[in-house]
Design a protein around this ligand. Structure first.
Ligand code: TA6
Length: 287
């Protein structure tokens, strides 16, 4: 379904298959809901701003062309893709079990003030596929300009949590990471836990992660398997109490009901040659 505003502008897209449904706002091509067998599996803050004036706090914000301010503090933190309205790319697959839609963003749609800082031509195609109890999201990044440029990218996925004391991330054992939490103070560490749990602020950047498959426990009966496609890094985040107080669109009531497991390329920038294409993404499956 295509939901439009009173001027006929496309606001959001709703798709469903036999087991699941999803909603994607044109603003940031932000997927804000993925309901499988009646259970919402993504977290969307009750205070999320949905009118296009701020990045949506929850679902799967798309981080491009930079993670935090890794390229330049002159661009918005996490880049401009999640705060720009994308174009509708249409329906690619439409069967009872499989629904695939796509969204497009090029430099033509981006606020000129950002292109003064990051003066490059690009075309992003974001593809969302509902397939049974799986949700695939993939980002295809093409350099349509006449010089190479550097970028980070990441799918900043917020997972819904029923009981944080049971929640955890499995599969990052033995990986190198940077602990960017206040306590970690940017230290480089090696993960020695089979299950990463959330008992304080967690903000870890796992880099050059060879593993591709991870099991997320969320306190709900069914776990979520994540397949990381091409992207080398994983960020795990829960702001906990103090940081939550400083996020007006998150509030103190949110942190017990979420954590972020974010696949991306953030540790090192990727250099994309003229006409080159980089594609990466994730497959989430309720098991
Ligand atoms: O999740 C990784 C992270 O970089 C955290 O440090 C935190 O800043 C989070 O992204 C959210 O950033 P945002 O700009 O959406 O508030």
């Amino acid at each position: 379904d295509l939901i439009r505003d009173s001027n006929g502008n496309l606001i959001k897209v709703k798709i469903n298959n036999t087991n699941a449904s999803a909603e994607i706002y044109m603003f940031g091509a932000t997927l804000t809901s993925w309901v499988v067998n009646g259970q919402e599996r993504l977290f969307l803050s009750k205070k999320a701003i949905l009118n296009g004036t701020k990045a949506i706090r929850g679902g799967i914000p798309i981080v491009f062309p930079q993670f935090n301010t890794k390229l330049t503090t002159d661009l918005p933190s996490h880049g401009f893709a999640r705060i720009t309205t994308w174009k509708w790319g249409g329906i690619n697959i439409n069967t009872p079990d499989r629904k695939e839609v796509s969204f497009i963003l090029t430099d033509k749609e981006v606020n000129k003030k950002y292109l003064e800082i990051w003066p490059h031509q690009f075309k992003l195609v974001y593809t969302v596929l509902l397939d049974g109890k799986s949700l695939s999201t993939s980002l295809r990044i093409k350099n349509t300009g006449n010089e190479p440029w550097l970028f980070n990218t990441l799918l900043h996925t917020y997972f819904n949590v029923d009981d944080l004391t049971e929640a955890g991330v499995n599969g990052l054992i033995n990986c190198n990471y940077i602990d960017t939490s206040p306590e970690g103070n940017g230290e480089k560490k090696i993960e020695d836990r089979q299950k990463i749990v959330f008992q304080k602020e967690v903000d870890s950047i796992y880099y050059d992660v060879n593993q591709k498959n991870f099991k997320l426990q969320t306190g709900f009966k069914n776990d979520i398997m994540v397949e990381k496609c091409t992207l080398p890094d994983v960020v795990v985040w829960n702001p906990w109490i103090e940081k939550s107080k400083r996020m007006a669109d998150f509030g103190e009531e949110s942190y017990p009901h979420m954590f972020c497991f974010e696949v991306g390329s953030v540790y090192q920038p990727i250099e994309l040659d003229v006409d080159a294409v980089y594609e990466g993404g994730q497959v989430l499956t309720v098991v």
